[in-house]
Design a protein around this ligand. Structure first.
Ligand code: PBG
Length: 362
């Protein structure tokens, strides 16, 4: 017979409290906890961001331990293959444009044989079932590191930029992209991209819009990865941040406005970025709209977790799965995360599609 449970010496005599409601009843056992679990986390929720460059070697990104710039012909395909093996079948591609191809306005963005376009073709050829997302913005392609075209007095030109973004999106669709993802925050771009894609015959290519993209310090490591930070130019006034187009971290209602416009203009998925500091915005968008909501767990969020984990300050597996679960709980069905493959492996190890058990076992 099992030993009778004992209480420590000195435990006060039992005085049952007169409470009828005891929420702990539903947490008593793993089966119960799993039964009442409200949110789940699986590999199907993830989109893996990948950085590509010309050349064949993988170049580690120092502020993102475990993440590298991959060669467009081999490293990229190896990484997608590894992701597919653990159930991550969606990727978003970010090219590092060679300096000599950058111009003040970023025409390389719509070169049919550009790095982004070749990366898309390579992935779709090797893995036709993988869903490929692209980034639509000019910052990796222009010398000034801004998402839009910069005038000499520092104004980021909205409508002129959109003209280029449309060409960029159509060239990505021609290369085989399933979704284009405007991250530029120009006004009116979703509607313009929808029209341009439709006019070119790409009615099935979707738009995952960065609807609420904040002017955030958490993009730092990404800009290192692509060498795409805003840069100065002799005789020009180049803004050192993106505050005239990305939203202020102080604002919530503005995100609802941006989302309403994107939805009206034809977005298929709406994204909030960054992720964890903006859970209220994720919740707000998912309450306001019936479109699927995505969240970008960005480079700086990855870097923070990684740094703490490497120092032994947090349990990486638990902290990462908790962060991703919380993003789901706030209302995002889709999570873009550099942890996608690692998280999928952890979830698989702990019994796939059973995140209660996964969380309990770690
Ligand atoms: C480019 C773009 C950025 C990110 C995604 N697309 C950087 C920026 O806006 O400066 C950031 C992603 C990350 O930090 O992981 N427009």
């Amino acid at each position: 017979a099992p030993a009778k449970p004992r209480v420590p010496e000195g435990t006060p005599a039992k005085h049952p409290m007169s409470i009828r409601k005891r929420p702990r009843r539903n947490r008593r056992s793993p089966v119960l906890r799993e039964m009442v679990q409200e949110t789940t986390l699986t590999a199907a929720n993830f989109i893996l961001p990948l950085f590509v460059h010309e050349g064949s070697e993988s170049i580690p990104i120092s502020s993102m331990p475990g993440v590298s710039r991959l060669g467009v012909d081999t490293g990229l395909l190896d990484a997608v293959g590894e992701a597919v093996k653990v159930g991550v079948k969606s990727v978003v591609l970010f090219p590092k444009t060679p300096d000599e191809l950058k111009t003040a306005t970023g025409e390389e963005a719509f070169n049919p044989n550009g790095l982004a376009q070749r990366a898309i073709r390579n992935v779709k050829r090797a893995f036709p079932e993988v869903v490929v997302y692209t980034d639509v913005a000019l910052d990796p392609y222009n010398t000034l590191g801004h998402d839009g075209i910069v005038r000499s007095d520092g104004v980021i030109l909205n409508d002129e930029t959109i003209n280029y973004l449309c060409k960029q999106a159509v060239s990505q669709a021609e290369a085989g992209a399933d979704f284009v993802s405007p991250s530029d925050m120009m006004d009116g771009r979703v509607g313009a991209l929808r029209d341009a894609l439709d006019a070119a015959g790409f009615t099935d290519v979707g738009i995952m819009s960065y609807s609420a993209k904040y002017n955030s310090a958490f993009y730092g490591p990404f800009r290192e990865a692509l060498d795409s930070a805003p840069a100065g130019l002799e005789g020009w006034t180049v803004p050192s941040d993106k505050a005239t187009y990305q939203q202020s971290p102080a604002n919530y209602r503005e995100a609802l406005l941006e989302a309403a416009l994107d939805e009206e203009e034809g977005a298929d998925i709406m994204m909030v970025k960054p992720g964890l500091p903006y859970l209220d915005v994720i919740k707000g968008l998912s309450d306001q709209s019936n479109l699927p909501i995505a969240a970008y767990h960005v480079s700086g969020e990855y870097a923070m977790l990684k740094a703490a984990a490497l120092n032994g300050w947090v349990d990486e597996k638990r902290a990462v799965l908790e962060a991703l679960m919380c993003i789901r709980r706030a209302g995002a069905s889709v999570i873009l995360t550099y942890y996608a493959v690692q998280a999928a492996k952890w979830l698989q190890l702990n019994r796939e599609f059973d995140s209660a058990a996964a969380m309990a076992a770690i």
